[in-house]
Design a protein around this ligand. Structure first.
Ligand code: HEM
Ligand SMILES: CC(C)=CCC/C(C)=C/CC/C(C)=C/COP(=O)(O)OP(=O)(O)O
Length: 305
């Protein structure tokens, strides 16, 4: 018999550990962001000291992660209402929002300062623009307002190869601009194919993604409209002789598969996510597509000069 009042102590697993802070950086999505940045750096003409090159890629990784953390801090209310995101560290209560905000801002500022001091001003300026774009243009301004959110705001994710390139050369020429355009046009089919089969989540959270506001048919038409533009832009570096045949043939083969999968999505009439196999395949392929295409860009530059 004791007079001490019962104190409820949360189980130890309810406290944040390093894994929760790591999860704030959206590591899975950011692998591709960092890979395209690395490839932009490796495909650029000229020489960069390996330590400086490594520092530049690290800064892109840290800044991308930090902007992902700021996104999670700002939208903890939305994340709490979606099945896919409800267990993230902030909505699940494992990380205090103020701690997440401090962590994210410190990393973002640190990455930009190190990029400016150790690499060059151009890459630091572009890194700053991409962080601000993802956080303010996409997350704060557009995401809750318009189904064009990912088209315009998605430009943030197109910057990394340009940043990698600028880290080596200090400037931006035709090829990095085409790589930017490529990721810009890739983002709508990438995201909308996924949005089709997680439509219910976005509807619950009240986020105006295209399948929620305009329905499945309109979304499938948009996917089909963006795909040939993506394939055409992906072939331009080869057509303009900025890259060689390794890149060109890879872009053509991958583009043909992307197009076939987009047509399969277009022909699907399903509204039940369980019957959205073509959409799941296109989403999965979109990720593989960018990995392989950027890998081919680097192979082309290193093997064919
Ligand atoms: C506004 C633009 C974009 C939106 C709204 C978007 C949204 C999403 C969502 C919701 C997921 C699935 C779940 C998740 O892991 O959180 C996802 C997965 C993914 N995204 Fe995107 N994405 C965008 C742009 C990009 C860009 C630019 C890249 C990289 C260049 C990228 C790379 C990936 C990767 C690699 C995955 C798979 C992650 C995994 O395997 O779990 N995304 N995207
Ligand atoms: C500094 C730098 C290089 C930044 C680039 C980061 C960037 C723009 C990455 C791609 C965009 C992305 C992860 C969107 C996720 O959408 P969401 O945030 O709506 O996804 P969610 O529903 O999973 O939160």
């Amino acid at each position: 018999m004791s007079s001490v009042p019962a104190v409820s102590v949360p189980p130890i697993s309810d406290f944040a550990d390093w894994r929760d802070y790591f999860a704030l950086l959206k590591p899975r999505v950011m692998t591709l962001v960092v890979f395209t940045g690395l490839c932009g750096l490796l495909a650029a003409p000229g020489h960069i000291h390996p330590v400086i090159g490594f520092t530049a890629v690290l800064c892109i990784a840290v800044a991308a992660g930090a902007s992902g953390a700021l996104n999670m801090w700002y939208e903890a209310d939305l994340d709490a209402r979606m099945k896919r995101t409800a267990n993230r560290p902030i909505p699940a209560g494992r990380i205090d929002p103020a701690a997440a905000f401090g962590f994210a801002v410190s990393l973002a500022v640190g990455a930009v300062v190190v990029m400016a001091l150790a690499v060059n001003f151009a890459s630091a300026a572009l890194l700053t623009v991409s962080i601000l774009f993802y956080v303010f243009v996409y997350t704060v301004w557009l995401k809750r307002r318009t189904p064009q959110n990912i088209v315009i705001g998605g430009a943030a994710g197109a910057f990394p190869p340009v940043i990698g390139w600028a880290a080596v050369t200090g400037d931006v020429t035709a090829l990095p601009v085409l790589l930017f355009a490529l990721i810009f046009l890739w983002t709508p089919p990438h995201f909308w194919s996924l949005a089709l089969f997680v439509r219910g989540d976005y509807a619950n959270a009240g986020v105006p993604m295209l399948p929620v506001t305009h329905g499945e048919r309109a979304t499938r038409i948009q996917i089909l409209a963006y795909t040939p533009l993506l394939v055409a832009v992906s072939l331009l570096p080869w057509a303009m002789r900025l890259t060689g045949a390794i890149y060109g043939l890879t872009a053509a083969a991958l583009g043909a598969v992307f197009m076939a999968l987009a047509v399969a999505v277009f022909r699907n009439d399903a509204t039940d996510p369980a019957a959205m196999r073509p959409e799941r395949r296109l989403f999965a392929f979109s990720v593989l597509y960018l990995f392989v295409l950027f890998g081919a860009l680097v192979a082309d530059r290193w093997l064919l000069g």
